[in-house]
Design a protein around this ligand. Structure first.
Ligand SMILES: NC(=O)c1ccc[n+]([C@@H]2O[C@H](COP(=O)([O-])OP(=O)(O)OC[C@H]3O[C@@H](n4cnc5c(N)ncnc54)[C@H](OP(=O)(O)O)[C@@H]3O)[C@@H](O)[C@H]2O)c1
Length: 288
């Protein structure tokens, strides 16, 4: 349990890591706004289920409309959280979208759409939240990245990896620029989880079907087997909840009095930017 409960926004909290993280943070005593798009229609059942759980367990957990592809939506979500809870301490950049297919078969517009959610989405939420965090002189950004950006790129995931690598680079630069405002940064880099999230079931593909097909002859077998190969990388005991638990650990006991302080678990955490290291030695990566 954290020394001081935090007010936290989690983006992309309708399913997967986002939902698990929102619930786990609330169960650990934090006040959580679970950001979701389309709360009035497609995600209305997810909102209802979340609010039911919050009522049953007495959690400070509620949904907030947040489509990371819209600056207006991000601005409104952050101001709603500030109106609702009077403060904001932590942003968890979790919303993301996977695409699968040969790099060449994605048009430039396809790539831009993947960047829009995975990279520009974080920028929109930062621009909405950072004036507030800078003003209070404390805060924490948690970025949900990908272990593949830290080594190893299986083929046929290029636009997604490129976007996650871009997000990672953005996070590292932000870390150096925010540290002197008392705002910490942590990048969580999960491995592959094909169950417990909608990441693979909701994966998109390229627009150019003809170019996609051109890769079938030399790569058809490999592509058909890709999900199985990725699955084989996952230890049988791996649970999507472990990512949420890791984010709870990062947010939880490390923050007192509204300022972050670095407490590292060397076996699991490479480093973490914090106000206690104002020169900023290295950005943090947590391999959950
Ligand atoms: N699962 C893995 O193997 C894995 C590994 C490493 C990193 N990650 C990262 O983990 C994060 C969460 O993914 P997940 O695995 O939990 O998959 P997921 O269950 O598909 O969750 C993705 C979430 O992002 C949301 N989202 C997509 N576009 C959005 C938008 N425009 N605005 C707001 N929310 C949006 C989805 O909402 P909707 O329901 O409305 O679509 C959903 O809630 C992503 O950043 C992903 O890149 C996943």
């Amino acid at each position: 349990m954290a020394a001081a409960p935090q007010v936290i926004v989690v983006t992309g909290a309708s399913s997967g890591f986002g939902r698990l993280t929102a619930v786990a943070l609330a169960r650990n005593g934090h006040t959580v706004a679970a950001g979701m798009r389309r709360t009035a229609d497609r995600n209305a059942p997810a909102v209802a289920a979340l609010h039911r759980l919050a009522a049953e367990e007495g959690l400070a957990l509620s949904a907030v409309e947040l489509d990371v592809r819209s600056q207006e939506s991000a601005d409104l979500a952050i101001s709603t959280v500030l109106d609702r809870h009077g403060r904001l301490d932590v942003v968890v950049h979790n919303a993301g979208h996977l695409v699968l297919g040969p790099a060449e078969a994605f048009t430039a517009e396809d790539l831009a759409a993947v960047y829009d959610v995975n990279v520009l989405g974080t920028q929109r939420v930062n621009r909405a939240a950072l004036p507030h965090l800078r003003g209070q002189g404390s805060g924490l950004l948690v970025w949900v990245g990908s272990s593949f950006t830290r080594g190893g790129h299986p083929p046929f995931l290029a636009p997604y990896f490129a976007a996650k690598a871009a997000m990672d680079a953005l996070a590292e630069s932000y870390a150096a620029e925010l540290i002197r405002f008392g705002i910490g940064t942590s990048i969580v880099v999960p491995g592959t989880f094909t169950s417990g999230t909608n990441h693979f079931t909701n994966a998109g593909g390229p627009s150019d079907a003809a170019r996609d097909k051109a890769y079938e002859k030399p790569y058809g077998e490999l592509r058909a087997d890709l999900a199985d190969r990725l699955n084989r990388l996952i230890p049988p005991e791996a649970r999507a909840e472990s990512v949420a638990d890791e984010i709870v650990r990062i947010v939880g006991p490390q923050r007192t009095g509204g300022r972050s302080a670095a407490t590292l678990t060397p076996a699991r955490t490479a480093a973490r930017w914090s106000p206690s290291s104002p020169t900023g030695s290295a950005p943090s990566s947590t391999n959950a």
